[in-house]
Design a protein around this ligand. Structure first.
Ligand SMILES: NC(=O)C1=CN([C@@H]2O[C@H](COP(=O)(O)OP(=O)(O)OC[C@H]3O[C@@H](n4cnc5c(N)ncnc54)[C@H](OP(=O)(O)O)[C@@H]3O)[C@@H](O)[C@H]2O)C=CC1
Ligand SMILES: CC(C)=CCC[C@@H](C)[C@H]1CC[C@H]2C3=C(CC[C@]12C)[C@@]1(C)CCC(=O)[C@@H](C)[C@@H]1CC3
Length: 347
């Protein structure tokens, strides 16, 4: 194992540990950069699935923050064994994880509906459409090797398993931990179904997974606040990253950038750059977790003049549904554990 992989704060070390999933690009990488600027005394753990990309991102950060204490961790949140192994590694490395940014996420092969776009453009729904993307996108989805829906596994369940397996290092007496999910304003109740929470039937797996994230946030706060673990959800706004380059190619986004700057005069959700998009995530880093509202989503916003700020909006979730969903996830966790025990798959 490389020296940097065993490095990390020990029992006597007062440095705060910040772990970010999907840290090698887009919002995750910008978040790492901004958190190091906020506090250069932290220990940053970049949790990524591709170690080559992770090394490149780490080198980039060390150029802008020489001397920063950064380590890498391999995790594929779309794979159960990888999550369990990564959690084991984290428990060995750290006594306590102070911030857990659950940011890795995917939208598989999105299809844009020009017809829906044009009809919304001429309707009263135009603002909602630009803010949430509602009705404009459908996506594909497929099964993982574990037999779960890929988008659900990556965006929701892999991260849930990570939290469950990190219990010993999250939220200890007198020492809280904060979990921050990169959710989305694209989360929609009507795209989510408790009887098909993996979204195997529909074509809006992304909306469904982000709504599931919002529900899970409520469930986690209910079950873990008393243990010192606090969870929040954030929407970074529309940000140009590899995720949005799956909708249109970069050149097309570049061509419509002046239009998007114009839209931003009327809509604060067009944050556009990863730096702007991380505003709410960085703001949460500076907040007392006990003061946060589990029923709201924190939104990164950028004004027409390019100033960043944070707002919040009440989520369309109810505690009963959140609890039922939470129990479903526990059942699924048990089922997957049983399956791996039966197959003897402990790799
Ligand atoms: N861009 C936007 O407008 C918005 C994005 N978001 C959310 O922000 C988050 C970050 O996305 P964004 O920065 O835009 O997109 P990027 O594609 O740039 O970043 C996604 C990150 O997640 C990683 N990732 C994907 N799948 C896995 C996996 N199975 N295991 C581990 N890591 C994985 C990617 O790694 P790799 O490089 O190896 O693929 C990458 O580092 C996502 O959760 C997304 O849903 C929310 C609202 C708006
Ligand atoms: C700006 C112009 C003239 C055209 C772009 C139209 C759409 C491609 C665009 C409008 C609103 C966008 C949007 C998203 C993707 C691209 C749009 C649909 C998201 C769904 C991307 C991922 C998210 O998580 C959401 C927060 C975004 C919401 C807005």
């Amino acid at each position: 194992m490389a020296a940097e992989e065993v490095a990390g704060p020990r029992a006597t070390d007062a440095r705060r540990v910040v772990l970010v999933t999907g840290a090698n690009s887009g919002i995750g990488l910008a978040l790492c950069e901004r958190i190091l600027s906020e506090d250069n005394q932290i220990h940053l753990c970049m949790a990524c699935r591709n170690m080559q990309k992770a090394e490149a991102a780490k080198s980039e950060l060390q150029l802008s923050h020489p001397g920063a204490d950064i380590s890498l961790l391999k995790i594929d949140v779309g794979n159960i064994n990888s999550v369990i192994q990564a959690a084991q590694e984290i428990r060995q490395r750290y006594q306590h994880v102070d911030y857990l940014y659950l940011n890795a996420g995917i939208m598989l092969n999105p299809h844009f509906s020009l017809k829906a776009f044009l009809s919304s453009l001429l309707s009263r729904k135009v603002f909602t459409m630009f803010q949430t993307g509602e009705g404009l996108l459908t996506q594909e989805d497929w099964l993982t090797d574990d037999g779960l829906q890929q988008v659900f596994m990556t965006n929701v369940f892999g991260h849930f398993l990570l939290i469950r397996n990190l219990e010993p290092v999250l939220g200890q007496a007198g020492c809280t931990s904060q979990v921050v999910w990169t959710s989305s304003s694209n989360a929609r109740k009507s795209a989510f179904n408790l009887t098909d929470y993996q979204h195997s039937q529909g074509q809006e797996s992304y909306s469904s997974s982000k709504y599931a994230t919002d529900l899970l946030n409520v469930g986690l706060n209910k079950h873990y606040n008393s243990k010192g673990l606090f969870s929040s959800v954030v929407c970074p706004g529309l940000v140009l990253t590899n995720l949005t380059y799956g909708i249109f190619p970069p050149v097309l986004w570049t061509l419509i950038t002046p239009i998007m700057w114009l839209i931003r005069v009327f809509m604060n959700s067009f944050t556009l750059s990863p730096y702007n998009g991380t505003e709410a995530l960085v703001w949460l880093f500076t907040q007392k977790p006990e003061s946060l509202d589990p029923m709201v989503k924190y939104l990164s916003c950028t004004s027409g003049f390019g100033n960043n700020y944070v707002t919040s909006c009440k989520m369309d979730v109810d505690v009963e549904t959140a609890e039922i969903f939470y129990q479903e996830l526990l059942k699924l966790e048990g089922k997957m554990k049983e399956k791996s025990d039966v197959t003897g798959d402990h790799s």
